[in-house]
Design a protein around this ligand. Structure first.
Ligand code: HSE
Length: 439
């Protein structure tokens, strides 16, 4: 039997502790599957004494992950520290520099400097595996990187943040407040260390930027993503969406257009009868649309210790199995030096349907004025309704909801600006884009 694969795990939080536990509990089965043992030789975290429910007594302890990357007796450096800069970045570079394979779950790091790290790994013939970085336990990286080579992708989209999907689901189904749902997601170990990354959409953007590169062969461009989080979504929006036959999901969408690649993350209305509308709670879903295969929809656990550890484990066992030529699988789907520059499609030219919720003063002519502003911008309306769950009280502000047929973003923005100048709006208008899944 081949020598054991020696790994070092940096970061013993929810995912790191789950990974070490699984490696210990499943050691015999993993040895049989890989033809060699996988041994955790070293670990690194902030607090050695903390009880994590795992036995780390036989392992070398490092308080500094960079020190571990530079000095531990290991073959594979597993980075579960998180964060786009600092320790995570330095330790991954140190590990690659020293000739260690790297496994990471760090989407923020890859979104910032994934191309550079891929070049580093490829120059040295090392593996840089990152299945857990996108959509938790769903094997979407391997699917795009290896299984679907040769397909031309037209659109990829999905629910890629478990925390946001959990919040939106709980708000709708249990009537809980945004803050309570977020607290619960944090308690369950779904949220980022700073949950603003979840609810403001950055985490989804990081993940989307990686998938865009794998699907479209362009350099990672996380800073070119149009970004809106879910903090402005109210329970009124969720109910109005349901009344109109839609559900609100935070989607990441990358789409090929004539003017380039559109990358956007925003709350999105999807038809209630679509598959993605049924994806609830912490579950993620990624849809890949391509010319040879057609549509592939992958659904599975998107966050949490075990789901993420399962993906990290898959990456480690890939290295342990050492498929001949495994290091020839390009980190980002094609050799990093052959990635094309990212050609950005402007958000203003995005085309799609829109849900617009306006709170207006109750006065004659408002309906007509709104319809006129839409028509002046060539926007065709699917519906316009006065919408209220409360009994109408004369003189009190009223809610008007519009759903448009496919139109340009710039036209909607101009129409809404024109409406703002009419003087009957109360508060800010709400605008949610509609996406039409194939299934
Ligand atoms: N905070 C992330 C989420 C963890 O909620 O999806 C998984 O990347």
């Amino acid at each position: 039997m081949a020598d054991a694969l020696k790994i070092g795990v940096a970061g013993l939080g929810t995912v790191g502790a789950a990974l070490v536990r699984i490696l210990q509990q499943r050691s015999n089965a993993l040895t049989l599957a890989c033809g060699r043992a996988i041994v955790v030789k070293a670990v690194s975290a902030r607090d050695k004494a903390k009880d994590r429910g795992i036995d780390i007594s036989g392992m070398q302890w490092f308080s500094d992950p960079v020190d571990m990357a530079e000095n531990a007796d290991i073959d594979v450096f597993v980075e579960l520290v998180g964060g786009s800069e600092g320790t995570a970045d330095l330790s991954v570079r140190a590990a690659l520099g020293r000739g260690l394979h790297v496994v990471t779950a760090n989407k923020a790091l890859l979104a910032r400097c994934g191309v550079e790290l891929a070049k580093l790994a490829e120059e040295k013939g090392l593996l840089l595996n990152y299945e857990a970085a996108v959509a938790g336990g769903i094997p979407v990286i391997k699917t795009l990187r290896e299984s679907l080579t040769g397909n031309n992708f037209s659109r990829i989209y999905g629910i890629m943040n478990g925390t946001c999907n959990y919040i939106l689901t709980k708000m709708e189904k249990e009537g809980l407040s945004f803050a309570d749902c977020l607290k619960e997601a944090q308690r369950l170990g779904y949220a980022e260390a700073d949950p603003a990354f979840d609810i403001e959409g950055n985490d989804t953007a990081h993940k989307l930027s990686i998938l865009t590169t794998l699907a479209f062969g362009s350099e990672i461009a996380a800073d070119k993503i149009y970004l809106e989080g879910i903090t402005n979504i109210s329970i009124e929006d969720i109910h109005a969406a349901a009344d109109l036959g839609y559900r609100i999901k935070l989607l990441g969408v990358a789409q090929k257009t004539d003017s380039g690649i559109e990358q956007r993350v925003h709350p999105t209305m999807v038809p209630l009868d679509s598959v993605i509308a049924q994806v609830d709670g912490v579950t993620n879903a990624v849809a890949l649309e391509s010319d040879i295969l057609g549509e592939l929809l992958m659904v599975g656990p998107g966050a949490g210790g075990n789901a993420t550890a399962s993906a990290v484990l898959g990456d480690i066992t890939d290295i342990a199995k050492s498929r001949p030529g495994a290091q020839d699988v390009p980190v980002l789907g094609r050799p990093a030096h052959l990635l094309e520059p990212y050609r950005q499609a402007e958000m203003q030219s995005h085309e799609g349907g829109y849900f617009i919720r306006l709170t207006v003063q109750d006065r004659t002519g408002v309906f007509a004025s709104i319809a006129t502003k839409m028509a002046e911008n060539n926007i065709s309306l699917e519906s316009i309704v006065q919408h209220s769950k409360q009994p109408m009280v004369a003189g009190k502000p009223q809610t008007i909801i519009l759903v448009t047929h496919a139109t340009m973003e710039i036209a909607v923005r101009k129409a809404v600006d024109a409406i703002k100048h009419e003087g009957y709006l109360v508060g800010e208008p709400q605008m949610i884009r509609i996406e039409r899944p194939k299934s």
